[in-house]
Design a protein around this ligand. Sequence first.
Ligand SMILES: Nc1ncnc2c1ncn2[C@@H]1O[C@H](COP(=O)(O)OP(=O)(O)OP(=O)(O)O)[C@@H](O)[C@H]1O
Ligand SMILES: [Mg+2]
Length: 529
Amino acid sequence: MKEYWTSLASVLGVFAFCQTILQAVFPPELRFATVKLFNKIFHCFSSYCYFDITEIDGVNTNELYNAVQLYLSSSVSVTGNRLSLTRALNSSAFTFGLANNDTISDNFDGTTVLWEHVVTQRQSQTFSWRPLPEEKRGFTLRIRKKDKSLILHSYLDYVMEKANDIRRKNQDRLLYTNSRGGSLDSRGHPWESVPFKHPSTFDTLAMDPDKKKQIMEDLQDFAKGQGFYHRTGRAWKRGYLLYGPPGTGKSSMIAAMANYLGYDIYDLELTEVHNNSELRKLLMKTSSKSIIVIEDIDCSINLTNRKKTNNGGGGGGSRSYYDSGDIRGSGGGGGGGEDGGNSITLSGLLNFTDGLWSCCGSERIFVFTTNHIEKLDPALLRSGRMDMHVFMSFCSFPALKILLKNYLGYEESDLDGGVLKELEAVVDMARMTPADISEVLIKNRRKKDRAVVELLETLKIRAERNKSNATVRMGENDDEEDEEEQEKRALDSESPKEESEIEDNCNKKLEQEEEGGEGSGDEEKEKIK
Ligand SMILES: Nc1ncnc2c1ncn2[C@@H]1O[C@H](COP(=O)(O)OP(=O)(O)OP(=O)(O)O)[C@@H](O)[C@H]1O
Ligand SMILES: [Mg+2]
């Protein structure tokens, strides 16, 4: 044993001596060149090639390093013995990482590669504009020389793509706003973000199931359509215009879209943007896989400064949500179309949605919402800008069934056939929005039977009122101001008088029900189970 230690000490001694001689005799440049030469000779005889992916590239963070770290986290969590664990800000999951100087192999297209996580102490602090971490981190990728040209690029693309998927899955989606009015944050970003936690989904959205399915399929086709858009020479983006009366679910639909696709939302407040170039900068700072939203586009800026098309009374071309019913044509008037000190032009907005700049980045959805489609310039509505126009209407019978299920847990079979028929008969004529209907249901959610009775009463009264309004209107001449007033009344929530009428009717009905169904024959049978 003693001999062993003596020989080890002498070997180390000789090694240290040689090193001192080398350092003393050879200048650093020569030493460096010698090491390089040895490395070269070693690599000539090795059948592998190595790629270093450092955490910091110059002074910038290397995106590939983060991607590799995330990518490997999915496989090391299964195989590794000693792992590092992190949870990023806004993340809803833990990330496993390869421990320092540990290795892991991976398979791609039948080829095995080896990853090593290399961590070394950074030598003396060199000058830098920003403080660098004390440790130098990086990954070394080892690939067989013969496989290099075959897989390197596709493998790294695959790693990046997988990492993005993992990031999206782990991370809470974000809702961005430009409400700071053009000022930038410390990292030069014009957007502020908060975690996006809106619970609306396509399941909770009350609308015609066929229309819903069509939108969901369209979104799916878009998300999977990279190849298609590339082949057809189109920018990978899609525009949706959601229009309809207030409270019909336009904003809820945007949230459902984001939740469905897992995209972030950029809520663009146009009134906070001062000019076209600012608008362009905002666009450039959005990420792919996102939905860019402009709500109430007709109120944001004056959008008729390209050409006036729709003033002067509801001619054939203008559409509005009233077209589907029996009311009027054009909204006329400026609404909120004041410039308000900002100089965004319609052409600026058109370029934003469909100009050359709109293609920087990819996989983006533009959604505009409005209560008054007839006020928008047709240029904004054309395909390519707004590819799909979705009319969010008053509550229909299929939509009502969805609300009953979501709010009261009632399936169609849980309700009496007679009640269902009555609901179906009045719901269209009542022209109530899903927001109004959900309010009735929320109010009575502890007493489900009462909720249905009250809903039915409310619908009946609204339908009756609309019917008599329509009759009066048919008798009068079509004075525009008059119509506007009636429209307002139709959209108003029920008056106090109406409310007490509904209350009385409900109480009467429920009392009769409690009495045990002796009373009014047929009507009494039409009760909720
Ligand atoms: N189609 C719908 N399905 C389910 N809930 C709805 C629907 N429409 C409205 N609601 C309910 O009404 C509330 C208001 O809806 P939302 O904000 O989406 O309406 P909107 O069309 O965007 O209105 P506005 O035009 O005033 O912005 C939501 O919180 C939601 O609960
Ligand atoms: Mg809205």
